[in-house]
Design a binder for this molecule. Structure first.
Ligand code: GLV
Length: 327
């Protein structure tokens, strides 16, 4: 490969077929499969790197940027970009790319899976069956909550929130939502009623979080919010862990402030295996798999490649979270 090709750091090992678009376009140095910080073998290449292709577990911080004076693009393979110091990138004129759209439906599917599993106590029922506690057809065993006629509160009516609303409608749910800047598709107007967060908290039978993590949403669902919810309510978080105050959630679940929670995301992530939340029968936790389908993850990688290549060519990124760099 000619030496003048730009150097790109890919923070994790990814399937080759996901990165096909990069072939012949750049020199690549790749990190290990499960990195939660920039691997030392990548760190030493920062001074020459012109592009970084990151996953959401890698903090792209001021410190990292200060070691990369030649960086021209950061491409995050995620729709969320709270791992990136976007303001610091903008100050340096570095565009940041993300991967919206392609993971909307997959994440909405997982949200419904969590909602249904928590509503119908699937983890407990499955465990009981497996461990010999299914002794008869029990008229009072494993009783759960109905979706039909229940109120679903959605916090964050973006693309994913709207896709969840569409699905929930098919289950006969009434949908209310709060969002300072909602997605204005006609389907949202028809499907859901916008209310204040206070009303969403008190009226919801199911509360599903789909907002980005930012200073306004960090710790949004704290003790006060959880105490405002119905004791029968079920909380679903497929957004970002720190939107919910973890210690407050533990109290809420163990003291009966709410009935159950189903979490695709936690704070911290990964949640250590000895965390007390795992011991609660009314808390279902899965390891941040909202976008984990074959199709979705491949499309996310392809979009991230498109952003990366556009940035290396000095073109506008197809999906740029800080378009002010172009002004
Ligand atoms: C996943 O959480 C994403 O932001 O893409």
């Amino acid at each position: 490969m000619p030496a003048e090709l730009p150097l790109v750091l890919i923070t994790h090992t990814l399937p080759e077929e996901w990165l096909r678009k990069l072939a012949g376009q750049c020199l690549i140095v790749t990190g290990p499969p499960d990195a939660d910080h920039l691997a030392p073998e990548l760190d030493e290449h920062l001074p020459e790197a012109e592009g970084v292709f990151s996953l959401l577990t890698i903090p792209v911080s001021e410190e990292l940027l200060s070691k990369a004076p030649n960086l021209r693009v950061v491409s995050n393979m995620a729709v969320g970009y709270d791992n990136i110091d976007v303001a610091a990138c903008t100050r340096r004129g570095i565009p940041v790319g993300n991967t919206p759209g392609v993971l909307t439906e997959g994440t909405a599917d997982l949200t419904m899976a969590l909602l249904l599993a928590a509503a119908r106590k699937l983890p407990e029922a499955s465990k009981d069956a497996r461990e010999g506690r299914w002794t008869t057809w029990s008229p009072t065993g494993w009783l759960g909550a109905d979706l039909n006629g229940a109120t679903l509160g959605i916090v964050g009516m973006g693309k994913i929130g709207a896709a969840v609303a569409r699905r929930a409608k098919a289950f006969g749910m009434k949908i209310i939502y709060s969002d300072p800047n909602p997605h204005h598709e006609i389907e949202v107007v028809l499907l859901a009623m916008r209310k204040s967060l206070d009303k969403i908290l008190t009226e919801s039978d199911f509360l599903s979080l789909h907002c980005p993590l930012n200073p306004e949403t960090s710790g949004l669902i704290d003790a006060q919010a959880l105490q405002a919810m119905k004791p029968s309510a079920i909380l679903i978080n497929a957004a970002r862990g720190p939107v919910v105050a973890t210690k407050d959630l533990y109290r809420a679940l163990s003291e009966g402030w709410i009935a159950a929670a189903a979490l695709d995301v936690t704070d911290p992530e990964p949640l250590p295996s000895d965390d007390p939340l795992y011991a609660l029968p009314n808390c279902l936790i899965v390891p941040h798999i909202g976008s984990a389908t074959h199709y979705t993850r491949r499309r996310m990688a392809e979009l991230a490649c498109d952003n990366l290549l556009a940035g290396l060519r000095g073109e506008r990124l197809p999906n740029c979270v800080n378009p002010e760099v172009y002004q």
